[in-house]
Design a protein around this ligand. Structure first.
Ligand SMILES: [Mn+2]
Length: 301
């Protein structure tokens, strides 16, 4: 029996936020043994290398300080490249892993996987990434990704796939939330999307919350997991740009991935915001590899 293909794409984007080093995320995750782990699970990894992303120093020439969307033309262009490369290569039913880079990459990757049918998107994150340039306190686009996918904010971001919105609120859920701006809370509430905060997990437990979130994806063909490592507690995932205390425990994060794996429908995943410059001995990248292994079927027994 031939092994199932897993395509790997690195998108070393660091223009969507202000901490340097997240562009080294794809290398850190590869060094942590991603392909070997996939082979051990009997997959055939096919690594397409990294997309070309300009260094921030190069991109600074086109920096528009008035738009409150830092590096908007460059971020949009890279997301479009990612969208085109992924839609051109990914075959129906194939699995894929998209290595960030910051969470702006998902504007391209989610738009691409949404071409494969009704794909539910689970946003695993401490933050909602639901700002627009009008509401963002920082102008960092990594905090605008979901808003863009839902059709809000600059057209350069929201129309990557040629049709807007790339994603509808019924097809997305968020888990791990614990740090939202006021305007984001209002936008989340208006959108009607399903959210599962850390308080929900504290009160009802990860298992119950995971069953609820899966029930909400019953109408979807397959699932895409957008895994921001800042969803995990910074005590064991320190290598992220915007750590927030009180995150998913080690076992909660793995249990979520294991429950998603059991569905057999979680085919694609973003692994974003791993920053080896801020990390402690590459442990956040190693955690990322462990979580992907659980998502793709590694079991305790
Ligand atoms: Mn995020």
């Amino acid at each position: 029996m031939s092994s199932q293909i897993v395509r790997i794409y690195g998108i070393p984007m660091d223009l969507g936020q202000s901490r340097r080093g997240v562009d080294m995320g794809p290398s850190a995750i590869r060094y942590a043994g991603l392909s070997d782990r996939l082979r051990a699970l009997d997959y055939l990894p096919i690594d397409s290398g990294n997309l070309v992303v300009p260094q921030a120093e190069q991109a600074y020439e086109q920096y528009d300080s008035h738009a409150n969307a830092r590096y908007l033309p460059q971020v949009a262009s890279i997301c479009r490249d990612a969208y085109e490369q992924i839609t051109g290569a990914l075959q129906p039913g194939e699995r894929a892993i998209f290595l960030g880079g910051d969470h702006t990459i998902s504007i391209g990757t989610v738009a691409a996987v949404r071409q494969r049918g009704r794909v539910g998107v689970l946003w695993v994150d401490a933050h909602a990434d639901m700002n627009t340039p009008e509401t963002s306190p920082s102008g960092n686009i990594h905090g605008m990704s979901v808003a863009a996918l839902l059709g809000d904010g600059p057209a350069a971001l929201s129309e990557i796939s040629g049709h807007r919105p790339a994603l509808v609120a019924e097809d997305v859920a968020m888990i791990g939330l614990r740090n939202l701006d006021l305007a984001e809370r209002q936008r989340v509430a208006r959108s009607g999307m399903r959210t599962f905060t850390m308080r929900d997990i504290d009160e009802r437990g990860l298992y119950t919350v995971a069953q609820e979130l899966l029930a909400g994806f019953a109408h979807c063909d397959t699932l895409h997991i957008s895994l921001d490592l800042d969803s995990c507690d910074p005590t064991f995932a320190p290598g992220v740009g915007t750590p927030v205390p009180g995150g998913l425990s080690y076992r909660e994060a793995h249990l979520l991935m294991e429950i998603l794996a059991d569905t057999g429908r979680a085919l694609t995943v973003d692994v974003v915001e791993v920053n080896p410059v801020l990390d402690d001995g590459n442990r956040t990248a190693k955690l990322a590899v462990d979580l992907v292994a659980s998502l793709f079927g590694q079991r305790i027994m």
